[in-house]
Design a protein around this ligand. Structure first.
Ligand SMILES: [Fe+2]
Ligand SMILES: [Fe+2]
Length: 298
């Protein structure tokens, strides 16, 4: 890719003109749930979610999934908030509202595959955070959910170029960001950063979106970033990637994210990767079922 061609792509990204503004419901949800959990009230959350009927219906599907730990059926947004608690409901509502970000007309990536990867990474990040005693585990789910926001930007703004990158990644079995860099001179991390900043996401989310494939280059929020980066890799290596098999042998202990995370969470030293991977395989089917229930192409 010539320097000039890359410049043209960067200019198209700068404008973000074809990119929608933050979805009507996502902005208020993010702002509401950014407040400390103790200051949130049930009625406020119920009112916010109920403003959008399709969002409320999707939230109920998720609230009734074993992935969110519910055994007893909930049949209203209010009973879901009461039964699951505010933190789970925040995770659910934000997951459903980001579903609305996919462009109607796109051929670069199967939307179901993309959402399975995003939801899978959110769930793995949350479980991983708990397991290793990561202090900020409340943030892990959201960071996992949004880490690949840049893929959506590429679908909106650089669809043809992105399609070529996907084709290259698929044919050579290489990670998507490497194929993007080779064909476009930039990756979904570059495009995601622009959108995350434009939407005024929190600094740690901007960092995760921007550096999850290059954790060693980041200067802030490195532990969260490393956690999401390892969770992303776990998903990609275990059937929740971008719809193709990456021909890589991965040793998690040699990943730059591992050393970074170890500094914050010493229990990572004795982490049972095989068991965690086995557990992930156990909920793959439920991720597939849930996404097929939630995602209805328009
Ligand atoms: Fe990524
Ligand atoms: Fe990813």
């Amino acid at each position: 890719m010539s320097g000039e061609a890359k410049e043209v792509l960067l200019r198209r990204l700068e404008g973000l003109e074809q990119m929608p503004s933050i979805p009507v419901i996502l902005g208020p949800l993010l702002r509401y749930f950014e407040q400390p959990l103790e200051s949130l009230d049930v009625q406020g959350a119920v009112d916010l979610i109920s403003q959008d009927k399709s969002l409320a219906a999707q939230c109920l599907h998720m609230a009734n999934s074993p992935l969110f730990g519910r055994w007893q059926k909930v049949d209203s947004v209010r009973s879901a908030v009461v039964a699951l608690g505010m933190q789970r409901m925040r995770d659910i509502a934000l997951s459903c509202s980001v579903l609305k970000l996919m462009p109607d007309d796109q051929t670069g990536i199967d939307p179901t595959v993309f959402w399975e990867h995003s939801l899978g990474c959110a769930l793995v990040s949350r479980r991983f955070a708990r397991r290793i005693g990561f202090a900020d585990h409340g943030k892990a789910y959201l960071a996992g959910l949004l880490h690949d926001l840049g893929i959506l930007v590429n679908l909106w703004i650089l669809p043809q170029e992105f399609q070529k990158a996907m084709a290259l990644a698929r044919s050579r079995g290489i990670p998507l960001h490497e194929a993007e860099s080779e064909t476009m001179g930039l990756s979904h991390c570059d495009s995601g950063r622009r959108l995350a900043e434009q939407w005024d996401l929190t600094p740690e989310l901007v960092e995760v979106v921007s550096w999850h494939h290059q954790v060693e280059s980041a200067s802030n929020h490195r532990a969260l970033l490393a956690l999401v980066s390892l969770s992303d890799l776990l998903c990609r290596m275990n059937g929740l990637g971008h719809g193709f098999i990456e021909e890589r042998q991965v040793n998690f202990l040699e990943q730059p994210g591992f050393a970074l995370l170890l500094k914050e969470c010493p229990t990572l030293e004795s982490f049972d990767w095989a068991r965690f991977t086995f557990e992930l395989e156990g909920y793959l089917d439920e991720v597939h079922r849930l996404v097929s229930l939630l995602y209805r192409p328009k």
